[in-house]
Design a protein around this ligand. Sequence first.
Ligand code: ABU
Length: 500
Amino acid sequence: LKYLHRLDCTKCLHSVRIRYNSCSELERISLSAVDALKILCLSKVLDFHHPHQLKDGLEGFSLDLPEHAETLEQILVDCRDTLKYGVSTGHPRFFNQLSSGLDVIGVAGEWLTSTANTNMFTYEVSPVFILMEEVLLKKMQSIVGWSEDEGDGIFCPGGTISNLYSILVARYRVCPEVKTKGMGALPPLALFTSEHSHYSVKKSAAVLGLGSESVMVVTCDERGKMIPAELESSILAAKSKGLLPFYVNATAGTTVYGAFDPLAAIADICHTHRLWMHVDAAWGGGLLMSDRHRRKLQGIERACSVTWNPHKMMCVPLQCSVILVKKPGLLQECNKLGAEYLFQTDKPYDVNYDTGDKSIQCGRHVDVFKLWLMWKAKGSDGFGSQVNKCLENAEYLYDQLKRNSDFQLVFKHKPEHSNVCFWYIPPSLRALQPGPDRDRRLHEVAPQIKGRMMEKGSVLIGYQPFGDKVNFFRCVFSNPATQPEDIDFLLNEIITLGAD
Ligand code: ABU
């Protein structure tokens, strides 16, 4: 290939690059490149409508169910409109959620999974998928750093359920009678997690009958990392109140700041107090795939259990989440009920492969195939490159924000993960002194800009308050299709939409 030509859109920051050998070839390719550019420029992240508008029906799109079958043409229109009025989470300018992107191999995997239309409870009906699950779990356990004879686990519906499993199994370990006798068999328990951890820890404690107040919230540093000395004193305080500490959740990649708790120091404390150490790496687990970034999870190998969501940083289509448990057999012991109609012991094959009784579900969706297929298509190093690309994007945004005084970073450190948190300071607020009045007005900026963004549909980013910090934007990168031009577009869009 001799030459490279770049076509830029005059209205936005999109560009396409064309490789060509001759002038006539450039002319020919340019026409289709212009078309591609137009599609990119015109395609929206979302075409927002309020619930009442969608419920009332829009231009031939009705949610109502008919008495009689619709025509094939109408069915196709229904499909098109379902996507049209939804949100394009695969768009390179969708920065709203930890899971984004659209991997074609993953989509193919999901199609095949639906075609197979089977259930993960027994080898009898899912022989290939059950073995794929075993292979993937082993691979992920070895990446975590567990030895060949350690490790168990199961794919389950999302990080919250994975975290719930970790508490369930940890509780069973300290008091196996809870399975048959219930909460009456338990002393008052205490569990520990950081103030920046995911709300699923408290939710799981509530669901499991421990109560959300049994969760002790440990203070973090300015960067959002759990402070080990605070954990230690929290454990001692709980003991002095007559509670029995049994479980610590450390987070590898917090939801808002993308912080990594100091896993090795937390593991030391868990060892001293004989506590179950869980690592919620739902978001940060993907960094284990990158030679450049996996050191941020140093100490994860000492965990008793790990949550890891490939549907986040590895861009696997939703849903794809695992709970890994270091001690083999514990999951099965904790959850097994041995329903005789399903888990017969006299089947004509090794019934250890009827893994469904490890689960708290009966029917279980096949989430393994798309991940297995993507791993085949990319290799471990392909996932590593994707992760590196997303973190490079975060660093690019961080650098842009640092040099633009219209923006203010929520914490000054370089991002450890792909989360970048910042305020936009509109012209009307720039002269105000820091204080309650400025805070009150700044709190309204992100939601107002986001509302305008949703109406326009050109880009989407999340915001939230945190602790004493008023609403700020959180930009996250998990879509390797995002380019620096998309990040420039985001910042320009915020400036444009927030000009007043
Ligand atoms: N744990 C769910 C992540 C939510 C989010 O995308 O921010």
